[in-house]
Design a protein around this ligand. Structure first.
Ligand SMILES: Nc1ncnc2c1ncn2[C@@H]1O[C@H](COP(=O)(O)OP(=O)(O)OP(=O)(O)O)[C@@H](O)[C@H]1O
Length: 301
């Protein structure tokens, strides 16, 4: 049993945080909710974990209705909220013991599930949670969310503010948890992490833009996309934006991603234009679309 979401809407006074959201997460799936700040991700997590009631729509988690069966859901799910949720003044061990106790279990009973993660923070078990590094806090929060052996795990932006190495390790841990049969819904603003999910939903302004596998989503991008570089990136972006045939212009790492309005686009013509704008060391080469490109394109319309 995974998650079913049917026509869920939620407003905070005038702000429409979620508008008619529907999708399913299959049992055992690692599903990503991808969107910028304010997209509505936390609101959806809070509805699914029974902390907030939707204005309309139905949702079930592990077969339980989020309103009628809220007590069963609380017993059967793990939730790692976006903001650090642990008790800063309690030590690592005390935090874990606390979460185990409120769920009527012990660290020993479910140690197998958290072992791989816990051994990494065990050397610091007597340190107060508030004094841990970002990566270690995140591992402790994950252990606390797992200690009662949940069927479904909700992770709201678990890697925000965490260094790239810890982010990578964290995703490897999620894959291993998935192999143990846990259904995982994870949100992230990082598009590169989207590629690690089985399926993703792109969300913006409370609406789902697209749902599919990461591989299929990038294939939906219809225009040829070019990596463009020159000696002065700032000027390059401005010149590309002023180019009458530009369809989209986005900075992308050391390049600018450019698409052209025309079906027959000649990169040489663009190069000549950029030279006339006094740009030098110009490089234009075709590239493949990423999830970020797809998101930007969908967000435009
Ligand atoms: N308690 C609240 N009262 C009023 N507006 C709210 C409240 N909580 C969220 N919002 C608004 O609802 C929208 C969705 O917010 P939400 O926190 O769900 O987005 P998010 O995708 O999780 O982004 P973030 O990462 O910034 O939390 C935003 O416009 C936000 O300002």
């Amino acid at each position: 049993m995974g998650i079913t979401i049917s026509n869920i809407s939620k407003s905070y006074k005038k702000v429409k945080a979620l508008q008619h959201i529907s999708f399913d997460v299959k049992p055992g799936e690692l599903f990503g909710l991808i969107g910028p700040d304010g997209a509505g991700k936390t609101t959806l997590f809070r509805i699914l974990t029974t902390l907030l009631i939707a204005n309309e729509g139905l949702a079930t988690v592990a077969g339980f209705d989020v309103v009628a069966d809220y007590k069963s859901i609380r017993k059967n799910v793990g939730y790692m909220p976006g903001k650090f949720s642990l008790y800063q003044d309690l030590t690592v061990k005390e935090n874990l013991t606390f979460f185990a106790t409120i769920f009527g279990t012990t660290i020993e009973e479910n140690y197998d599930l958290i072992k791989e993660i816990y051994v990494q923070i065990e050397p610091f078990k007597n340190r107060r949670a508030g004094k841990l590094s970002g990566g270690m806090k995140q591992k402790l929060a994950l252990c606390c969310a797992l200690i009662h052996k949940p069927e479904v795990l909700f992770l709201d932006e678990p890697t925000t503010g965490v260094d790239p190495v810890s982010r990578k390790e964290f995703w490897e841990m999620l894959k291993r948890l998935q192999q143990k049969g846990i259904t995982i819904l994870v949100s992230t603003p990082y598009m590169d992490e989207a590629a690690l999910c089985d399926r993703i939903a792109l969300i913006q302004d409370g609406k789902i833009l697209e749902i599919d596998t990461p591989q299929a989503i990038v294939k939906h991008y219809s225009k040829p996309i070019y990596n463009v570089r020159a000696h002065n990136m700032y000027q390059l972006i401005n010149s590309l934006k002023e180019y009458q045939y530009n369809h989209s212009v986005y900075p992308f790492g050391e390049y600018v991603h450019y698409t052209d309005k025309r079906t027959s686009f000649n990169p040489e013509e663009l190069k000549m234009y950029l030279e006339s704008e006094n740009l030098t060391n110009i490089e234009i080469k075709i590239t493949v679309a990423t999830i970020e490109d797809t998101f930007m394109e969908l967000a435009k319309s």
